[in-house]
Write a protein that binds this ligand. Structure first.
Ligand code: BGC
Length: 774
């Protein structure tokens, strides 16, 4: 299968710490709006222009998003069946606070009138700010220089700010800056691509109250169905020869216009501070809070916000950065990806990370297994507190998972939703949604890995255990010991990670991961009983768990049926997968990919063809359970039939290729991952960035090229240097320690930067790390 990414010209030139657009190109506007998004895990502002978009219709998606803030949508099924979710959740496009319009006398500035004499947009990854600088000549010949800097604060999640600098170059005259909060916004409508848009028609937010004065304004709004509240405030600080101020209030908007007596060469400044505050149940004080926040921000000033941002980013990069020598495009891609992951991730334990983060409306802002299997390792490593918060989100929604289990006919336990924001199942297509029961095992696996890397038993006992036990019950409810298969424990009618095969018996990945889940649940029960007996007793009483049930988990794990084909010497993706004809990928025209947009699902399900890594993913996640030979045989087989139509796929193939010594392939798959969004390989960056894929590029270096694993509690590496590189280095966290790994032509060195001495394995050989190092 030919992968994109290997020979493509980069869209953005290589810069170690920046993404630079040198020429304004309307045809790619939506893509650039996504790429230049700023966010802080709570608030996301797409890279829309302050003056709005005045070009041809449909080439801009104006977007402001708040993590966890959604509208409820009634789902209408022409043919409903029992247990289908009846309500969806759509991440809302909320009030646009970016609006700043500029008028030179009576001429309105925008990119489609007059002439752009100079233009540059620059995303500064190191410091977390976005710049636009330009020189514009109006149709009447007035020239003006603009410097616009935007940030979304990492140190106060409610805040964003814009510094707007105007210098008239060749004229004296009236200059007007109009700054507003615009509540007249809507979400994108669903079209033919099932991955994009929502069924939310019209405006979802109603205005309950408005304030406006010379300094700024505020709106209090409420969603029509979910009933959530949003208060949004702006405060404008201006510097320059101010002549007049006018306020404006319309039913959906508040604005203030500042008129200056402009003089050639004299700069005028507008600093705009924005705050967004939300509440799910009552509006109490919300408006006041937002107004206080912008007032405080103004007092602190834009420079202070920028310095705080720099400090935050410096701490982030100190642990999260992967430095690569020898390939500037890769370097840029890795940093772009890490930066956007940080911008997208909810850090409060009640929100999570959407498949597209806060960058666009693809997948309606929903959270998937992408978090646990792809994204969590990155955060556990670079900021364990965020890792913990992501898992705490699952605890926070455990009751909803319990309710869902009952809804679909289980008698107890919990089933997590395939896609959701608030915790309820939002998937309308159960064959590739609810049937992906593996979500429960993925969450369990993530808890295990988090605890392994951090040693955080407090999390395990306080939250993790309850999730593990309740979710383990699912397997006993949907699986059974099958006398026709030597009493092996079988799990029928499920869908594995590969969404091109659905509703099968004994999906190999699901069974392997369920086995791991059950074993870990048993292990956790033992630890907890020994180390925290009172807590354990309380939990057992709370959820009605006893020793007999745990023994049954043990038995199911020991007898788990794992489909294997003796003749081919490979794991079968499921009971019937290998009976199906192989899809002829060579004969499939390139324009027919992704298959999901061009063929009926049943046609796809009937063939051996994979959207993404399935068995191969298990080879990576449960890597110590397979021999290298086994990995090779399975990899060889499944690689031939995988389309990588999901962006989650290539990173996994890269990691396993690294492990089995297919270094060229590992690099190829890595390049198909690392700049997938920057170079828009899937042609849909405009709908939002692919967060799991971005995290995949980090995994492909750390777990792939450097071969990091934890085996029996021991941290192991098996690094090699891709021949395209001179060196790479990164930090990992292990049980409170920080270890720097440097791989270059001389070999690998390990430096213990923080924490107690430790023994690790390098290519199976022991190395003792002390603070003095190596
Ligand atoms: C993939 C899923 C993934 C989802 C969101 C789909 O295309 O098949 O595995 O969870 O995208 O990223």
């Amino acid at each position: 299968m030919k992968k994109k990414g290997n020979n493509q010209q980069p869209i953005y030139p290589p810069h170690d710490w920046e993404i630079v657009e040198e020429k304004f190109c309307p045809a790619y506007n939506q893509r650039n709006e996504t790429v230049f998004t700023l966010g802080n895990g709570y608030l996301g502002l797409r890279g829309n222009f302050e003056e709005g978009y005045h070009g041809p219709d449909g080439t801009s998606v104006e977007g402001t998003y708040i993590n966890g803030f959604y509208e409820t949508v009634d789902i209408k099924y022409p043919e409903i069946a029992y247990g289908y979710p009846e309500k969806g959740q759509t991440m809302l496009n909320v009030t646009n606070g970016k609006v700043i319009k500029l008028y030179l006398e009576d001429e309105e500035f925008h990119m489609f009138s007059g002439q752009l004499l100079a233009y540059q947009r620059r995303l500064d990854l190191r410091n977390g700010v976005l710049h636009r600088s330009l020189v514009w000549r109006s149709p009447a010949g007035r020239e003006v220089k603009l410097e616009i800097t935007r940030l979304v604060s990492f140190t106060n999640k409610h805040l964003a700010a814009i510094a707007y600098e105007v210098t008239p170059l060749n004229f004296d005259g009236k200059i007007r800056l109009y700054s507003a909060l615009d509540g007249d916004v809507q979400n994108q409508q669903a079209g033919t691509d099932p991955r994009v848009g929502s069924h939310l028609a019209g405006r979802a937010l109603e205005v309950l109250a408005q304030n406006v004065n010379d300094k700024g304004g505020a709106l209090l709004q409420q969603t029509k169905k979910s009933g959530f509240y949003l208060a949004c405030a702006m405060r404008n600080q201006v510097e320059g020869p101010l002549a007049q101020v006018k306020t404006e209030k319309t039913p959906l908007r508040v604005g203030v216009a500042y008129e200056f007596a402009g003089e050639a060469g004299r700069t005028i400044w507008l600093y705009k501070y924005l705050a967004y505050v939300t509440a799910k149940d009552e509006a109490h004080d919300l408006l006041q809070q937002a107004e206080n926040l912008v007032r405080q921000a103004e007092e602190a000033g834009f420079t202070r916000l920028r310095l705080d941002q720099q400090e935050y980013m410096a701490a982030f990069w100190a642990q999260a950065d992967i430095e690569v020598k020898g390939d500037p495009l890769v370097q840029q891609g890795l940093r772009f990806n890490a930066f956007h992951l940080l911008q997208a991730v909810g850090k409060d334990g009640i929100t999570n990370i959407g498949a597209k983060g806060l960058t666009g409306e693809g997948y309606e802002g929903h959270y998937f297994w992408d978090t646990e299997i792809y994204i969590l390792p990155f955060f556990t490593n670079c900021n364990p507190a965020i890792g913990r918060a992501l898992l705490t989100y699952r605890y926070h929604t455990l009751d909803r998972a319990r309710r869902r289990a009952l809804e679909i006919g289980l008698t107890r336990g919990a089933l997590y939703p395939w896609r959701t924001i608030g915790g309820d199942e939002c998937s309308t297509f159960f064959p590739a949604g609810t049937a992906q029961y593996h979500i429960n095992a993925d969450i369990a696996y993530a808890i295990k890995k988090y605890v392994e890397l951090t040693g955080d038993r407090d999390f395990l006992f306080t939250y993790g255990a309850e999730i593990l036990f309740e979710t383990a019950r699912l397997w006993m409810e949907i699986g059974a010991f099958n006398p026709r298969k030597e009493n092996r424990f079988c799990i029928n009618v499920v869908t594995g990670p590969d969404e091109y095969t659905a509703l099968v018996d004994n999906n190999c990945y699901t069974n392997l991961m369920a086995r791991e889940h059950l074993k870990y649940a048993v292990q956790t029960a033992k630890w907890m009983e020994a180390e925290a007996p009172a807590q354990y007793q309380n939990l057992c009483a709370k959820i009605g768990l006893d020793a007999e049930e745990i023994m049954l988990w043990q038995k199911a794990a020991e007898h788990m049926y794992i489909p294997y084909d003796q003749r081919l010497g490979i794991y079968a993706q499921d009971d019937t997968f290998l009976d199906k004809p192989v899809w002829d990928l060579e004969a499939t025209p390139p324009e027919k990919f992704p298959l999901l947009l061009h063929y009926h699902p049943l046609l796809i399900y009937r063939a051996q063809v994979c959207k993404q890594a399935d068995v191969v993913l298990a080879l990576f996640l449960l890597s110590t359970q397979f021999t290298t030979e086994e990995k090779r045989r399975n990899y060889d087989y499944y690689e031939r039939i995988t389309t990588h139509d999901s962006s989650l796929s290539p990173a996994i193939f890269s990691i396993v290729a690294s492990e089995i010594g297919y270094h060229d392939k590992a690099y190829d798959y890595f390049t198909a991952t690392v700049r997938l969004d920057l170079d828009d390989y899937h042609g849909n960056t405009k709908d939002g960035l692919h967060m799991a894929c971005m995290a995949g590029s980090w995994l492909a270096v750390v777990y792939g090229f450097a071969g990091m694993r934890v085996a029996d509690g021991v941290l192991c590496f098996a690094p090699y240097l891709p021949e395209q590189w001179e060196e790479y280095r990164f930090n990992v966290t292990h049980q409170g320690r920080i270890i720097r790994v440097v791989v270059n032509k001389e070999g690998t060195s390990y430096h213990l930067l923080k924490g107690d001495p430790l023994v690790i394995l390098d290519h199976q050989e022991k190395r003792v790390l002390t603070t003095k190092c190596e």
